[in-house]
Write a protein that binds this ligand. Structure first.
Ligand SMILES: NC(=O)c1ccc[n+]([C@@H]2O[C@H](COP(=O)([O-])OP(=O)(O)OC[C@H]3O[C@@H](n4cnc5c(N)ncnc54)[C@H](O)[C@@H]3O)[C@@H](O)[C@H]2O)c1
Length: 342
């Protein structure tokens, strides 16, 4: 299980006596989070800093990190500390796994999304052009240290976006969690610890059964087939692109509608899901993609089998099913449904 509380970092790295520690940050986590980490624990370190945002999760930046590590004379005993959101955890884990055939790394997630999702479960990687997560490895962090203190400086928009993955946990696995979350608003939650612990334990339970996503783990992708396509389209076309969690929220609405159409989700449950998600995620001023704009993203989705689109859908709230074949026409209908809500 992850360790809760930053005080754990001191003991964790102290026990292991790393000759060198490198902290990977982006401009924001360098400014807001690094001082919090170092005020808990003084330790000698080098820093590698990236520009913030999804656009930094590139193979070019991976090469930049490897070059920086070389310049810092990092060796196989170096520890990489990924201090940031999902972007930093994903690229940092990937770089650590490949540098000199693998150095140790830990994730200290600083966004809600990374605390409940990206920092745990061992998926690492980078985007290729506009295609998300096309190159990467399954490799668990040596440790994950979670402390909600970082959420104090997280912009509201990012906090709310992270809530999409929190809602997803309830929808796919735990109706009791959903019932607690569905009437709340993320900005009103003062103590995040219980919610984060619940979501991480769901993710870990699923990942433990199916670490390499051959079966059950696919359920964690609910909302993501359509969500990733919309996210990629938005990154390419919008001046202020959608955040990952915002795109997943749209994807969950569209895929909940498909669940009602194809997987036995009741109309009542569909209405409940739509009303909760649209309350927290009102419409965005983004261009509506035509299905032709999304096809090439959807086809590249890693859950497809032999070119056929396979979705994760909900049989009921708290129970997801995976590998459900779906046509492009059905996806188009689902998107029309989402845009008709506005
Ligand atoms: N590996 C996985 O299993 C997995 C799961 C879900 C998502 N992801 C990936 O995670 C990424 C999205 O992660 P994210 O939403 O955390 O985005 P992010 O890492 O880009 O962080 C969002 C923004 O918040 C800023 N920030 C981070 N922590 C802060 C803090 N405490 N205070 C102030 N600002 C802070 C960052 O600088 C950035 O501008 C996507 O690339 C997605 O593909 C990976």
């Amino acid at each position: 299980l992850p360790l809760y509380g930053l005080h754990n970092f001191k003991q964790w790295h102290g026990d292991k006596q790393f000759p060198k520690i490198v902290v990977l940050t982006d401009d924001n986590t360098s400014m807001y989070c690094l001082p919090i980490l170092t005020s808990h624990t003084e330790f000698p370190f080098d820093e590698i800093r990236l520009l913030p945002g999804e656009k930094s999760k590139t193979i070019e930046n991976a090469a930049f990190i490897w070059n920086q590590l070389l310049e810092m004379e990092a060796d196989r005993n170096t520890l990489l500390v990924n201090l940031g959101g999902g972007m930093i955890c994903d690229i940092g884990g990937f770089c650590a796994a490949a540098f000199k055939r693998g150095i140790r790394f830990i994730n200290i997630p600083t966004t809600l999304l990374a605390m409940v999702d990206a920092a745990i479960g061992g998926k690492t990687g980078v985007n290729l052009g506009h295609f998300k997560n096309q190159v990467g490895l399954f490799i668990p962090a040596d440790e994950v240290i979670i402390d909600p203190v970082f959420l104090d400086t997280l912009p509201k928009r990012e906090l709310i976006a992270g809530y999409a993955e929190v809602l997803k946990c309830g929808l796919i696995y735990d109706i009791k969690l959903w019932d607690i979350l569905k009437n709340k608003h993320p900005e009103d939650i003062k103590d995040w610890t219980a919610v984060i612990e619940k979501c991480t334990s769901i993710k870990q339970e699923v990942v433990k059964i199916d670490p390499k996503e051959k079966g059950l783990r696919k359920i964690l992708n609910f909302g993501h087939t359509i969500g990733h396509a919309i996210e990629s389209f938005s990154l390419e076309n919008d001046d202020v692109p959608l955040l990952h969690g915002e795109a997943v929220a749209i994807g969950m609405i569209a895929e909940a509608w498909l669940s009602w159409k194809k997987a036995g989700l009741s109309k009542e449950a569909l209405d409940e899901i739509i009303s909760c998600i649209s309350r927290i995620f009102p419409g965005y001023e983004v261009q509506k993609p035509a299905i032709d704009d999304l096809i090439h993203y959807i086809i590249k989705d890693k859950k497809n089998v032999s070119g056929e689109i396979r979705l994760v859908l909900l049989e009921k709230i708290g129970k997801a099913v995976y590998d459900i074949k779906c046509s492009l026409e059905e996806i188009e209908e689902a998107l029309d449904y989402y845009y008709s809500l506005k």
